[in-house]
Design a protein around this ligand. Sequence first.
Ligand SMILES: Nc1ncnc2c1ncn2[C@@H]1O[C@H](COP(=O)(O)OP(=O)(O)O)[C@@H](O)[C@H]1O
Ligand SMILES: [Mg+2]
Length: 695
Amino acid sequence: MLVGRIVGKTSPESFRFEVSDIIRKMDFIAVRDPERHMVLGRIDDIFQKEDRAIAEVTVIGYKDNRGLVQRPRMPFKPGSMVYSADDALIKRVLNLKQSGFYIGLLKNSESLKVHMSPKKLITKHLAVLSKTGMGKSYFIGVMLEEFLENNIPAVVIDPHGEYSSLVEPNKKREEIKYMERYGVKPKGYKKDLQIFSLEKNLSQGMKKLKLNGNLTPKEIFEMLPFRLTSSQLNIIYSIVRETEDQKRFTIEELKKEILKSKSRAKWNVLTVLDYLTGTKIFDKSKYVKPEDLVKPGKLTIINLKGIEPDVQQLLVYKITKDLFSSRKKKKIPAFLLVVEEAHNFCPERGFGGQAVSSGILRTIASEGRKFGMGLAVISQRAARVEKSVLSQCNTQVFLRVTNPNDIKTIMDSVEGATKGIESEIKSLPVGTGLVVGVIEQPLLVDIRIRRTNHAGAAILTDKKKEKEPDKLFYFPKFLELDVKKSIKKKLEQFKLIYYPMWRLSCKFSTKEGEKIDDIFLDGITGELVYFQDNMLKRTSGMPEVVGLSRKEKAVLLYLTSYGISTMGEISKKLKINENRLSKIIESLGKKDLIMERGNEYQSLLKINFEDIVKNPLEDDTVDYKHTGQLVDFKVSEKDTNKVLDIFNPDMVDRKKLYYPFWLIFYDDGRVDVVDALTGERDDYLSEGSFEELAI
Ligand SMILES: Nc1ncnc2c1ncn2[C@@H]1O[C@H](COP(=O)(O)OP(=O)(O)O)[C@@H](O)[C@H]1O
Ligand SMILES: [Mg+2]
């Protein structure tokens, strides 16, 4: 199909054409070069110039008779006709393989299937990145089906327990109707799936997850959650130094040895070791071996749902370490390790510090390929995954990403990423991926429908969810040391508190469909909390607003959002008669919430609700637990309704959120409050009165 004619300056590498039919960015086009080769190109950009649409094309090349892709030698002739490329040409020039793992159809082609090579996956690592809800887990589900179909083993770290549904065939009608287009049929993989879980009452078919409790001293050190002081370290050293390096201890055995020590520091060490025992993930004799996890043709799911984040990291540390060492010794076959929510297991420095599992994942990322252990990292926050891990992933699947920091990380990590790709990633629809590293060219792929049921993390209808406490913790990213470093004055005392806030996840229906916004409320003062310029900000005056009658609220909000208005304008818009209105205005005036200017009225409320909703607190917590003091709520669940009255959402999910702050007590009696997520002094709290926090 003719889509336009070449115009302007051309070269063998690129040209522009005037568009005469409907085309999209990233479409493939075909054009003859002066030597009459049929050349494939791709549309990088389309723009309007006066009354003409112009497309910019990057030339990919043609296939010569030896089967090599060549660039034309001569620039294209202006006036040459540009066609949309047919599947055969695309397939030939791009050298799209028709075997391997079937992941979807090339976007805007008729029916070109895109495949990934299993060998490449295992030796080159994979990253799947997008914001939440864009199809990362769905895509991984597709991939795992292909692993199962091809009898290649894989192990999945599954923090949400969403991959167990690979046993069930896809029954969703809205998905089944697309299956024909993708050429797949519903299928479940019950026989080849094994699911390990720590839960006490295992559901049918699940296996108990216990790890080898005979640990080397190095492992024990690496698993300890906090920095030990040197005297504490010395206690352990004095014991293990006397034994040879490879000797293994159970925690209990080590504790017995430590008890014999005369040092007073031993009690703290015992407490820290108790932490490891308390995780209940180790067993001296009944434990899962790498050979149980990686078996030919088997897919293994490690279900970590409901487990404390720090224990999840421990599990990932120990499991992946043992798998890596077994694979090095060729005791288990080549396989792929899938790590969901990778930002929790190998966080970028500065975002949650080190996770216990960081080191081993870094090692697997850099050395796994040599030994046939592939790594797939999945994350909704590219910027928060350790760069040295991401940079080792040579195959990348991007679904929609909008956060500027994440985009930057992606652009920095993808070779040959163009501006076109950047804008593409920001606007991808759900289920379409930009796949980089399968062939030389980035490909836009409509990810195929799954054969199996997809249980997205959002769809948690089981009873366990209801029982979960509705408390949410944000853990500090800035630890004592970081804060101490930034403060030069002499300190008296240092304390971490968890400050109460309400997180009200509100669902609104808008023209574009349903939309969920989080609204945060200070649990003590009742002010709205939002995040701007790397600082927590609070509104001022919410309690007054909340105490108003419905009509008063309406008038105040009208003046706040529409600006200075006359009585007549307000009366007309809000349908309140002027008599009534003048009383309302009088009472608002008495409360100093509005001001009269001639016969017009102005709101004195400095709350921009829209701005506040647009700048919510970040929703990613660090999984680095830290003990601190919980501060009690003063704003009750019932109080939150009054605030919600203003927003009128369709539905609300209420959670108690605890936000970390460092309290710094100076010698001179002053107290500073430092936001433990941003490291910034919190002026609002520092200048408030916080005797009650100081206790
Ligand atoms: N390729 C796809 N085809 C059809 N629906 C999809 C596809 N990818 C994602 N979806 C839909 O989007 C939802 C969210 O996808 P999911 O993979 O759970 O997101 P996340 O990126 O948060 O892991 C899924 O429940 C599914 O309904
Ligand atoms: Mg997911």
